[in-house]
Design a protein around this ligand. Sequence first.
Ligand code: ADE
Length: 236
Amino acid sequence: MQPLIRFTIITLFPEALRPYLDSSMLFKAQDRGIIKIDYVNLRDFGLGPHRSVDDTPYGGGDGMLLRCEPVFAAVESIKAADPTAEVILPTPVGQVWNQDLARAFAARATSVSQPASADQPTAPTLHFIILCPHYEGYDQRILTLVDHAISLGHYVLTGGELPALIIIDSITRLLPGVLGGATSAAIESFSDGDNLEYPQYTKPADFRGLKVPDVLLSGDHGKIAAWRAAHSTRAE
Ligand code: ADE
């Protein structure tokens, strides 16, 4: 089986990403072949003996900017092997990431990978290149490479690595086969339910006087469903 999504992360700090991506559900998603993650070290495309990837801004100002040449070379090397790959740029001025966007990306992955009929070849895996900027920013011309400029929210981080982790995590958990019991390829049907958050409890039924609502102990599935619906809020 080919993976549903390939993520190729262009970063100066692959060692910061690996421990998270190689743990827990994201490890399982890779181990089960549902996603594939590759790392490209931007330093390998750096200029000169120091493999430099940044420089000072024209017009003056503090800090260093990612320069075009290494970024273009890195993206072009990946696209040479897969021209369908789409570039995601984490940036504080991008479209703000939310559950609807994560669901739309996951749904695209499941729909392109389902052959319409047995004799029709499976469409190629969805492939996202996530370009992690660092330093104080990037040369504006880098945006010409970008298909999806994504902001994690109205605050500024030191780099694109945390956004890359969040984007990969929030898409991957929606893919069929990643979460326990969610084996359906019909992404919409389970992500609707997934979007409903209601209070949940596990044993013990009484913890230091904090009691689990009686209805949840009643065994009456109709009443439990009604209670959960009444106490649900959207995850967004
Ligand atoms: N890079 C720096 N800050 C960011 C943010 N809030 N979202 C995405 N990328 C960023």
